[in-house]
Design a protein around this ligand. Structure first.
Ligand code: ADE
Ligand code: ZN
Length: 344
């Protein structure tokens, strides 16, 4: 095998976690059509090819408009189960061993789907994923930041009886003009009830939103965070506390957050001390699961074996898995690295 092939195999085979995946964003066009037909819903599109052709996005909002249309096909517990189990099966093929999965209850409750229907379907699939594949999954419930604060408070109240099922809360949807400060009280209450907290910040929104998310919402991991590179002082301060960023290269490319992956600032982010991780965001919409994100980044930046090792280890270190599993996976990753690059 040539050296580049060895590196590509290492990317594919190294165990890794995924920390930024919206389960509704894993709805592949084939399943969307199947669910639409089963649930007697009319879609604008007749084939997976037609659907994929429509996935040309100008920005975050143009994506969200289509994404929320797609979520309408998810109605029964079984629909959420199938969606989630399909994601797990696909992730396992990329050697993802653990995922922390976002879900957007408000996108479903607003259409009359019950909170329990969503949660039970996803949770059953996580249980089967564990039994069938040894895959571990956690759930992060996201608040839609373009909806009112009191609505977020109401879903938080629904989640409070499920602290054994839902590990954390997050903040997603349209970022512009919806600063983290709008949800200070919601996040404070979530923390009081033991939820871990993350938030999308600095995807389309300015670096100040990243600062606000950390200082006001007291989040312990930043989703995206990429626009923090525009403020050197902020980036350095985030590096000092070694906060993780869940970066999503293909998403950022497709939503025009970056123009070219050759300019992707992951090295700048890593050298500041931030714990960078690579994730897929909405893989069914942005053209790739975790390994495709790693490979696209590698194709653009020519990542070194040591950088890939760091990114795989970061994905474990930035996760919410327990300390014992964490050190087991770190050792495994280092072993595979040594066998691949340092033996003979
Ligand atoms: N919901 C699903 N994907 C998202 C993204 N990339 N940013 C904000 N909200 C989202
Ligand atoms: Zn996201």
């Amino acid at each position: 095998m040539t050296e580049p092939d060895i590196l590509i195999n290492f990317i594919k085979n190294v165990p890794k976690t995924e920390l930024h995946i919206h389960i509704e964003g894993a709805l592949e066009p084939e399943l969307m059509l199947k669910l639409a037909s089963k649930n007697n819903l009319k879609l604008k599109y007749a084939s997976p090819e037609e659907i994929r052709k429509a996935y040309r996005f100008k920005n975050l909002q143009s994506f969200l408009d289509i994404y929320y249309q797609g979520t309408r096909t998810l109605i029964t517990e079984e629909d959420f189960y199938t969606l989630t189990l399909n994601y797990i099966q696909r992730a396992v093929r990329d050697n993802v061993i653990h995922a922390e999965i976002f879900f957007d209850p408000q996108a479903h409750i607003s259409r009359g789907v019950k909170f329990d229907t969503v949660l039970n379907g996803i949770y059953e699939a996580l249980r089967d994923g564990r039994n069938i594949f040894g895959f571990s999954g956690e759930l992060i419930m996201c608040f839609l930041r373009d909806q009112p604060e009191d609505e977020a408070m109401r879903v938080l109240d629904m989640a409070i009886s499920y602290t054994d099922t839902i590990k954390g809360v997050g903040l997603d949807s349209a970022e512009r003009n919806n600063p983290p400060s709008k949800f200070s009280r919601v996040f404070e209450k979530a923390r009081e009830h033991g939820f871990l907290t993350v938030a999308h910040a600095g995807e389309e929104g300015p670096p100040e939103y990243v600062k606000e998310a950390v200082e006001l919402l007291k989040i312990i991991r930043i989703d995206h965070g990429i626009r923090a590179v525009e403020n050197e002082k902020l980036l350095q301060s985030l590096g000092r506390i070694k906060i993780p960023f869940t970066l999503c290269p293909l998403s950022n490319l497709k939503l025009n957050v970056v123009r070219d992956l050759r300019d992707y600032p992951i090295r700048k982010i890593m050298s500041a001390g931030v714990l960078a991780t690579v994730n897929s965001d909405d893989p069914a919409y942005f053209g790739g699961y975790v390994n495709e994100n790693f490979l696209a980044l590698h194709g653009a930046l020519n990542l070194t074996p040591a950088e890939i090792l760091t990114l795989a280890k970061n994905s474990v270190l930035a996760s919410f898995m327990d300390a014992e599993r964490m050190s087991m996976w770190i050792e495994k990753i280092e072993d595979i690295y040594r066998h691949t690059f340092l033996s003979s």
